[in-house]
Design a protein around this ligand. Structure first.
Ligand code: G3I
Length: 448
């Protein structure tokens, strides 16, 4: 084993070459300097910062550079929707969605799946269907698509925009709704059966503050939780103009208090007060421990579905806007979530051909932690890997991107389908959340 030094951007408070005599591990306890990218700034509190991606733009180098530098979560803007994935009944096409997923995963990002069922962008054949025939077709769609992406998706928008605008607090009319009021829970059950590891979300717009529509969604989520319908998260799109709702934080918190994660899923903000409004949305999320991340709906203003309104964080030429700096500053200022101490521990076993190293980045707060483990191939490609971690005073409660055996003490991790192949010198990541202390994880890696 050789000693590897890390964290040049950190200002050490206590720097301990631990166990130098053991020749194994350098431990640096530090407070982070201000992070310089959105993803890194959000990660300081265990959150992600994501963007919608269009497959057709992956050949644009300005776009891809910003994507790879700034964001650590990706949503396909259109490519995983029903019309894109099942243009003819029973014929599935995943090439554009796969392209986005593979680009994200090979650059160490996670993916939100969007969206299994939505009354818009139904393929023509489904638009012409009703009743039990449609019910069968839509559940088959959920099953097939979630199965195709099984193990690869952090969270699925299982159902999108099913509630009506205005004061009714009720469901929107659609051919999906007319198959029976239980269509949403049927979709969530089908998604859970197809991909048990993905978090399952309900996603909607104009639900960002407390109003009749968001209360309708709230009542549905409360009902689902009370009856054991598998729902894990609620997405708030946040297509806004000038201001964030003043009660956005309170709204996110009331959903979180039902026992679901909350996420800002399609953020864009038009208007002259843009930078302040972006800061306000960021702070609202940071103030809610279960707000796990924020996704903006595109990269440059010219990439936006609201193109004329310039609602995003980068100009058409790729320059950072004042709104970008407002978001970065707010993320760096943190919130009462998991923010305060960052400890980075790296171990290396000096990889040769077929070997690998593992390093861990740990966000520890009072009662829990999030660990992100990076697996790096040596001088030849990996076909599979096995990582061992040690948890002396903590317990794993949730994990992604790896199979696990054990929850405390010696915990073994192996690759899942999509991240076992790692080209020489390249990396992939998995992560886990835990209760207690995550110190002393000391990951070791072996090819399998
Ligand atoms: O790809 C075709 C292209 O071949 C054709 O020449 C062109 C002509 O109009 O259309 C192109 O498809 C368009 C597609 O975006 C890709 O640009 C569709 O017409 C257009 O309808 C589609 O719009 C998308 C919209 O959802 C569909 O309702 C937007 O890109 C996408 O940003 C938007 O995203 C939605 C979320 O999924 C749900 N929440 C609201 C959000 C904004 O509407």
């Amino acid at each position: 084993m050789k000693l590897t030094s890390r964290s040049v951007s950190l200002v050490p408070i206590v720097s301990t070459v631990a166990a130098a005599a053991l020749g194994a591990t350098l431990v640096v306890t530090a407070t982070a300097n201000a992070a310089t990218t959105l993803g890194a700034a959000a990660a300081q509190s265990g959150r992600y910062y994501g963007t919608a991606v269009a497959a057709g733009k992956l050949g644009d180098s300005t776009y891809v550079n910003i994507l790879n530098t700034e964001f650590n979560m990706v949503t396909a803007e259109n490519e995983m929707k029903w019309d894109a994935t099942e243009p003819n009944r029973g014929q599935f096409t995943y090439s554009s969605g796969d392209r986005i997923l593979n680009q994200a995963v090979s650059n160490g990002k996670r993916v939100r799946g969007h969206a299994l069922l939505w009354h818009q962008q139904e393929p023509g054949w489904a638009q012409r269907m009703e009743g039990s025939d449609l019910r069968q077709a839509m559940l088959n769609h959920v099953t097939q698509v979630a199965t195709h992406y099984r193990g690869k998706i952090y969270a699925w928008d299982v159902v999108n925009e099913a509630f009506a605008d205005g004061g009714s607090g009720g469901r929107r009319d659609s051919n999906l709704q007319r198959t029976g009021n239980d269509w949403i829970e049927a979709a969530f059950r089908a998604a859970r059966a197809a991909d048990p590891a993905a978090k399952l979300c309900y996603n909607d717009y104009n639900t960002d503050g407390i109003n009749a529509k968001s209360t309708g969604v709230y009542n549905m989520v409360r009902d689902f939780k009370s009856r054991g319908v598998p729902i894990d998260c609620v997405g708030f799109q946040a297509h806004l103009t000038n201001n964030a709702p003043s009660d956005m934080r309170a709204n996110l918190q009331r959903f979180a208090d039902l026992g679901v994660d909350v996420q800002i899923t399609e953020l864009d903000i038009a208007g002259a007060n843009q930078a302040n409004a972006y800061a306000a949305v960021t702070k609202a999320c940071l103030a809610v421990t279960r707000c796990t991340g924020i996704t903006v709906w595109g990269i440059r203003d010219t990439d936006s579905w609201r193109r004329g309104e310039n609602p995003l964080l980068f100009t058409g030429s790729g320059a950072k806007k004042p709104a970008y700096n407002a978001v970065l500053d707010a993320l760096n200022a943190g919130g009462p979530g998991p923010t305060t101490t960052t400890t980075t521990t790296t171990t290396s076993n000096d990889p040769g051909p077929g070997d690998c190293t593992a390093s861990v980045s740990l966000n520890q707060w009072g009662e829990g932690f999030v660990a992100t483990v990076k697996v790096t191939a040596g001088s030849s490609a990996l076909r599979g890997w096995r990582v061992t971690t040690t948890l002396s005073n903590g317990t794993v409660t949730n994990s992604w991107g790896a199979n696990r055996s054990g929850t405390s003490g010696t915990v073994n991790w192996t690759n899942v389908d999509y991240n076992g192949s790692v080209p020489a010198g390249q990396s992939t990541e998995f992560g886990f959340q835990g209760a207690g202390s995550g110190s002393g994880l000391n990951p070791t890696c072996a090819a399998s």
